[in-house]
Design a protein around this ligand. Structure first.
Ligand code: ADP
Ligand code: ADP
Length: 227
């Protein structure tokens, strides 16, 4: 069964412009799917429709065996990591990571501590748990955003150019960590990027968008290796 199934998805903005045009794409359970394409081709719009931050004009979005078109973001059980990290400035690292757990009143304090510590271990954030985001480096902030994404079990991770604000060295390091984390957790992932190296090293498959259309879906090898 597919983890995420998009059937003839269309997004039309007010003026009749189709930012996403009849896209059908099936993402397998545990698969790492990369979305690439020139700026403005509809990558973010597609990601936001999966998460539920953007309404779908027509088509069906299916997560697991649930049609989620009308479901609020919080009922889709997904984690999204944004380019700008979107951390809560007034909360500590611990509380930023714990945030999604606190929304579920059934999870007790001991369980929250255990899970935040586990995420912090995986992302080497232990020494920083009591600090505020303003006192962290860019790489550390991105780790906190990832910690918040992995702290609960979700149907999928959605990444919107998560490494584009980092310098080249850190990007390489985080790329390795994301890959290791995703393999370890086995969570289905959709990842938007401009970076060919990221697409090649992380992706099981790459979906190429162009002007709102899905142009091609291929393995990184098929797409990037010279014949
Ligand atoms: P990408 O992420 O690939 O750069 P986007 O999904 O952000 O592309 O945007 C796709 C197209 O939709 C672009 O042409 C963009 O200008 C347009 N667009 C995005 N958001 C809106 C909006 N709220 N209203 C109208 N047009 C939009
Ligand atoms: P607000 O209207 O309070 O500004 P947000 O825009 O932060 O709300 O969030 C709107 C919805 O999107 C919420 O229901 C929230 O569960 C969901 N949401 C926000 N951030 C994320 C994220 N990183 N991953 C998944 N869902 C999110």
């Amino acid at each position: 069964m597919a983890a995420i199934e998009m059937r003839n998805i269309v997004k039309e903005y007010g003026d009749g412009f189709k930012a996403v045009n009849d896209i059908s794409l099936s993402i397998a359970d545990g698969e790492f799917m990369i979305l690439v394409g020139p700026s403005g081709c509809g990558k973010s719009t597609l990601l936001r429709m999966i998460v539920g931050l953007e309404d779908i004009t027509s088509g069906d979005m299916v997560i697991g065996d649930d049609r989620v078109n009308e479901k609020a973001p919080r009922d889709r059980n997904l984690s999204m990591v944004f380019q700008n990290y979107a951390l809560y400035p007034h909360l500590t690292v611990f509380e930023n990571i714990a945030f999604p757990l606190r929304l579920n009143k059934k999870i007790g304090e001991d369980e929250i501590k255990r899970r935040v510590n586990e995420a912090a271990d995986m992302l080497e954030l232990h020494e920083h748990l009591e600090r505020k985001p303003a006192n962290l480096s860019g790489g550390q902030r991105q780790r906190v955003a990832m910690g918040r994404a992995i702290v609960r079990q979700v149907n999928a991770f959605l990444f919107d150019e998560p490494l584009s604000n980092l310098d080249a060295k850190l990007r390489g390091q985080m790329r390795t960590e994301i890959s290791r984390m995703q393999r370890r957790l086995g969570t289905t992932t959709v990842y938007v990027t401009h970076d060919q190296t990221e697409a090649m090293t992380l992706g099981d498959r790459v979906a190429v968008l162009r002007r709102g259309f899905l142009q091609q879906v291929a393995s990184p090898r098929e797409l990037y290796e010279q014949p």
